[in-house]
Design a binder for this molecule. Structure first.
Ligand code: SDX
Length: 393
């Protein structure tokens, strides 16, 4: 092997790129999109405005935002052949698997090579198409799971209201979107919109570095997000809290399991590779959980269990020594549940929120003409040896 190869499992001490999109300070618990704090954006912005900011680098003017929103509204319909793909999935298919397939299939419907150097407007059109169609794909993946007919988008509704109506409307009765639910969802999407070089974003960048299409790269990101150590944690947190509830709320037993090296169980929604302080998103979501449940008149016992678990963990030496705090996934599932989102769809909501971040990172990587991602290894296998005929083995 020529040269020195440094092995860094999980890339804990490796920077993969330079990026101008998102800034994290793990010690201080700071998160900024293009320099704007997550606290201000969650309070004052909208998901589509934040999407524009992440992808194009600046807050849009009134005209730019109106154009962006109307472009998205005019691309919410998907090709009718998407239904044929959907029909191929059994109702047992997890919505994340359906979503990544429908996103990747867009390469078939819009085959142009998405080379930013070829035609900027082609990339911009693909960005509009992907942001516009994601809620349709997400809602349809849920309808496929419950065996209900799909709903077409309603262009009279805003982004999150349109999604909720496609998710929950049925031909059997009128469905009116609750503005409290739509607003809470918009805030959650903002909080998930980007997070520098996390597992799924790094996947989008590496797949995109082979000049695979934006759709194929984002589809790969959706699959990386699915894992319970990453975006799948929001679903795993609720399943954990439900188990603790069944146990009569015995958080001490579960804390002991989480610390037991022989037990593979980990406290889901706790810990983070970068944040060694509170995840700023978890703070905002915890407060939003109280507000939204109160507004909706929902009393969910697992919220109290979650708060009890957090209180205990913050005093527990094992967690304190390892700087394990609640992360973005710890409280988000409690809000999704209060909004009526089924557990299997929690990670789909994460993917919908993370979409503009993945797009921004793919675009930056391609515009910076970054080389194909191809790390080396230290070989630990057999030395050279001669082939042995089958009869002699
Ligand atoms: C997301 O990267 C991002 O930015 C991701 C994300 C984003 O927005 O994209 O923020 C979204 O994925 C949030 C994380 C969601 N995952 C979970 O909540 C799953 C539970 N958390 C852990 O699996 C873990 O904390 C990770 C995966 C989040 C981080 O793992 P690391 O950085 O590899 O840390 P580690 O496994 O090396 O843990 C360090 C120590 C170990 O103990 P020791 O070997 O030192 O004795 O802390 C322990 C771990 O065993 N530990 C935990 C724990 N997390 C870490 N012990 C119990 N419960 C936990 N949750």
């Amino acid at each position: 092997q020529s040269g020195i190869i440094t092995i860094d499992p999980g890339f804990k001490n490796t920077g993969s790129t330079k990026s101008a999109i998102t800034f994290l300070d793990g010690e201080k618990g700071i998160l900024r999109y293009r320099g704007y704090s997550i606290e201000e954006l969650a309070e004052k912005s909208s998901f589509l405005e934040v999407s524009y900011l992440l992808i194009y680098g600046e807050l849009p003017t009134t005209e730019e935002l109106q154009q962006f929103e109307s472009d998205i509204t005019n691309h919410t319909l998907v090709h009718e052949d998407v239904k044929k793909i959907l029909e191929g999935f059994p109702s047992t298919a997890h919505p994340m698997g359906v979503l990544s397939s429908l996103v990747c299939a867009q390469t078939a419907f819009y085959p142009a090579s998405l080379d930013p150097n070829r035609a900027a407007n082609e990339v911009d059109l693909s960005i509009i198409r992907l942001i516009a169609k994601m809620p349709t794909f997400a809602a349809w993946s849920y309808k496929n799971q419950i065996g209900h007919p799909v709903n077409y988008p309603d262009n009279n509704l805003n982004y999150t209201a349109n999604f909720l109506k496609m998710m929950f409307a049925t031909p059997a009765e009128e469905y009116d979107v609750d503005p409290v639910v739509a607003a809470a969802l918009d805030k959650l999407l903002i909080l998930h919109a980007d997070h520098e070089q996390n597992c799924s974003t790094s996947t989008v960048r590496v797949v995109g570095s082979s000049h695979a299409s934006m759709y194929a790269s984002i589809s790969a990101g959706i699959n990386a997000l699915w894992g319970p150590l990453h975006g799948g944690a929001n679903q795993a947190v609720i399943e954990m809290l439900e188990n603790i509830k069944k146990d009569g709320g015995d958080t001490k037993k579960w804390m002991a399991k989480a610390k037991d090296k022989d037990d593979p169980f980990r406290l889901m929604g706790f810990g983070h590779r970068v944040y060694k302080n509170f995840d700023p998103r978890a703070k905002i979501i915890k407060k939003a959980a109280d507000d939204v449940l109160e507004k909706l008149g929902v009393n969910d016992p697992v919220l109290d269990i979650a708060k009890g678990l957090e209180e205990e963990a913050l005093k527990d030496q094992y967690f304190v020594d390892r700087k394990l705090y609640p992360n973005v996934d710890f409280y988000s599932g409690i809000i999704y549940r209060a909004l009526g989102i089924p557990t299997d769809m929690f990670t789909v909501m994460f993917a919908m929120g993370r979409l503009p971040g993945w797009i921004a990172q793919w675009k930056e990587m391609r515009e910076n003409k970054e080389p194909i991602g191809r790390p080396r290894q230290v070989y630990t296998g057999a030395n050279e040896r001669a082939y042995v005929e089958l009869a002699k083995r």
